[in-house]
Design a protein around this ligand. Structure first.
Ligand SMILES: *[C@@H]1O[C@H](CO)[C@@H](O)[C@H](O)[C@H]1NC(C)=O
Ligand SMILES: *[C@@H]1O[C@H](CO)[C@@H](O)[C@H](O)[C@H]1NC(C)=O
Ligand SMILES: *[C@@H]1O[C@H](CO)[C@@H](O)[C@H](O)[C@H]1NC(C)=O
Ligand SMILES: *[C@@H]1O[C@H](CO)[C@@H](O)[C@H](O)[C@H]1NC(C)=O
Ligand SMILES: *[C@@H]1O[C@H](CO)[C@@H](O)[C@H](O)[C@H]1NC(C)=O
Ligand SMILES: *[C@@H]1O[C@H](CO)[C@@H](O)[C@H](O)[C@H]1NC(C)=O
Ligand SMILES: *[C@@H]1O[C@H](CO)[C@@H](O)[C@H](O)[C@H]1NC(C)=O
Length: 479
């Protein structure tokens, strides 16, 4: 008995001293993150991003990132209760839109206004897909809320009210024409959703057009590649045009863009218009992967995380952008594996999707390194049992989402809160975690496409785990 107890404690001591390669979060950890976000006063883009995370995580059968889902026909069925929280956001936002714009039954269909009063053009549309979904389920009457009018008002504001470049890129800002990579996660997915839901191919195609224009302005023309193969070719600047533009290769901006492009791709693929949007889908694959390929070369080989600015390797590490990057890689690999779009589809420059698959698979091991690092279990030191989460399950280290050059000070004590613009966590980063959890689950469910590419590169992590096991076993035999 005594000996056995000794063996046990020695083993557990050993186990607590090592990192255990992580898989995913437990359902109670997921629930903690959800309830924390649900009880937070979120910014417009955070409501949109969290709603998207909830859709992917809790109702994959309605998410256009799930291969085989038909949109909008899926929304004609009765809606599962797992969408209640998403619809609650849609309802509050549509009600507030009615109040703020003094909407009456006479003028509801002619209002041109953003969904929420906000300092940016590009952020409120991130919520738009939830209103489009709510409208499709026919709950407008029961709720007494004009979901379709509110969504159309937001669309018209983007098309008519917002500043644009001469070639038609919609500005992310109202006071000057300035393009931010963030926009690509907020606006094109809404345009694709709205266009598909209303059967308006012109609007759906605008999603692709905006991505195309944003890429033209933001994609680096720089051809610098370091000796170790790190490349800025294909990275996007955070912003272009106007005064005060941040021209650095902000990792979150790149991840927003890759994630948004993949969402547009999924919606096109799920749409009845899919066959007439083949070239567009091939372009989207190419453009999302171009970012993933470049960004992947900057994932730090020791920490398995991106730096806040991808090529500023002296800056702080950012797990939030790393996680959104990984989610976008799992999603793209999963869609391609399902033949969405077909490998024969060709992009505008003549590249066939089939030719891109092995390169997309080449990014999978990088996503795997990020995921297993972020979900690595660690003994007590952080209090959460996970190396990259505080005891409140706040992802760390992360950029301050309200101050893109600064790191969020975590865990957030009284004094640190002030330096954090009042934030105790990064709400967008927490939503990205849920998206990676869902994307990984669905990628595993699809048979882990690209995992073979993953094996050789994952060997480092695997061998460490095996080593720890062997050492542990040796100790047990010795004692
Ligand atoms: C994720 O974790 C849950 C337990 O929380 C487990 O049931 C599930 O199989 C895991 N999924 C994957 C893909 O590893
Ligand atoms: C809706 O309006 C109420 C009252 O002004 C406000 O407290 C709430 O934050 C708003 N919600 C959203 C999602 O805009
Ligand atoms: C809509 O109609 C109401 C009631 O007549 C009016 O108060 C409001 O100003 C109108 N809103 C707009 C944006 O025209
Ligand atoms: C609202 O839903 C109806 C079908 O239920 C559809 O015909 C209409 O196009 C939708 N409008 C918007 C803006 O989504
Ligand atoms: C599609 O939407 C655009 C923008 O609102 C509109 O101008 C156009 O008339 C619509 N097309 C159809 C066929 O409804
Ligand atoms: C790259 O070059 C094109 C063509 O000259 C230009 O329009 C674009 O603004 C440049 N991109 C950046 C990020 O400087
Ligand atoms: C990142 O790349 C750009 C373009 O090559 C370069 O101007 C900048 O100095 C680089 N940043 C760092 C920190 O090396």
């Amino acid at each position: 008995m005594r000996n056995q107890a000794r063996h046990y404690s020695l083993l557990s001591l050993l186990a607590s001293a090592i990192y255990v390669t992580g898989q995913n979060l437990s359902s109670s950890q997921v629930n903690t993150i959800k309830s924390q976000l649900s009880s937070t006063d979120l910014q417009s883009w955070e409501i949109g991003t969290y709603s998207q995370a909830l859709l992917e995580l809790d109702t994959p059968s309605w998410s256009t990132l799930t291969p085989g889902v038909s949109f909008p026909s899926v929304a004609a069925g009765s809606s599962p209760s797992s969408l209640d929280e998403v619809f609650a956001y849609a309802k509050t936002v549509a009600q507030n839109w009615t109040v703020v714009n003094h909407v009456s039954s006479d003028n509801a269909s002619s209002i041109v206004a953003p969904l929420l009063a906000n300092s940016a053009v590009g952020d409120p549309p991130s919520i738009g897909f939830t209103l489009v979904l709510a409208n499709l389920t026919g709950r407008a009457q029961a709720d007494g809320v004009a979901y379709a009018d509110a969504a159309t008002s937001q669309l018209e504001y983007l098309l008519e009210g917002a500043p644009k470049t001469p070639d038609g890129a919609i500005s992310h800002r109202p006071e000057q024409t300035q393009l931010w990579a963030d926009f690509v996660y907020m606006v094109p997915p809404f345009l694709a959703f709205y266009g598909t839901a209303t059967g308006n191919e012109t609007v759906a195609r605008m999603a692709w057009e905006q991505v195309k224009l944003y890429r033209q302005y933001l994609k680096s023309n720089n051809t610098q590649t370091t000796d170790s193969g790190q490349s800025t070719v294909g990275l996007w600047q955070h912003m272009a045009l106007g005064s005060g533009a941040d021209e650095g290769f902000w990792s979150t901006g790149n991840a927003w863009a890759a994630g948004g492009i993949v969402r547009v791709l999924g919606t096109f693929a799920a749409s009845p218009m899919s066959s007439s949007l083949q070239t567009e889908q091939a372009d989207l694959v190419q453009w999302a992967h171009e970012i993933q390929l470049a960004l992947g070369t900057w994932v730090d080989s020791e920490s398995n995380l991106l730096h806040n600015y991808a090529n500023d390797t002296t800056g702080f590490l950012d797990a939030a952008s790393s996680v959104l990057y990984a989610a976008s890689v799992y999603r793209l690999a999963t869609l391609l594996d399902a033949g969405l779009p077909a490998s024969s589809a060709k992009s505008s420059d003549g590249t066939s999707v089939g030719k891109l698959v092995s390169s997309v698979h080449g990014s999978v091991p990088i996503a795997e390194r990020i995921r297993s690092t972020v979900f690595t279990a660690q003994s007590s030191s952080t209090g959460s049992g996970l190396a990259h989460f505080t005891s409140d399950l706040a992802l760390t280290p992360v950029v301050n989402p309200l101050n893109w050059g600064a790191q969020l000070q975590l865990p957030a004590t009284e004094t640190k809160l002030a330096a954090n613009n009042g934030l105790a966590m990064s709400p967008e980063g927490q939503a990205f975690v849920l998206e990676m959890q869902a994307a990984y689950r669905d990628w595993v469910g699809a048979g882990s496409p690209g995992q073979n590419a993953a094996f050789s590169m994952r060997f480092g992590g695997v061998s460490k785990t095996i080593l720890a096991f062997v050492v542990g076993l040796g100790m047990w035999i010795l004692v």
